[in-house]
Design a protein around this ligand. Structure first.
Ligand SMILES: [Zn+2]
Length: 73
């Protein structure tokens, strides 16, 4: 499965992994998968470059959940 290098922000804009890695921890909590809408977190390149930077779904967020963050504006 190809690694995800793109996410969606709280306002629905797409963001690449390079930009997401510059965000604060608080901002990162709003990132979501472009495909399924679950929360994701950005991971830096690791393993001496064997694994490139990418997004991973957050553990424990494996199912449909109420949109708690959508009411802010
Ligand atoms: Zn997903």
């Amino acid at each position: 499965m190809p690694l995800s290098t793109e996410c969606r922000t709280a306002v629905g804009k797409r963001m690449g992994i390079a930009d997401a890695l510059k965000l604060t921890a608080k901002q990162r909590r709003e990132l979501k998968c472009v495909k399924c809408g679950q929360r994701v977190s950005p991971h830096r390149e690791s393993g001496s470059g064997r694994q490139s930077a990418h997004f991973e779904h957050l553990p424990g967020d494996g199912g449909p959940q109420p949109e708690l963050s959508i009411e802010r504006s």
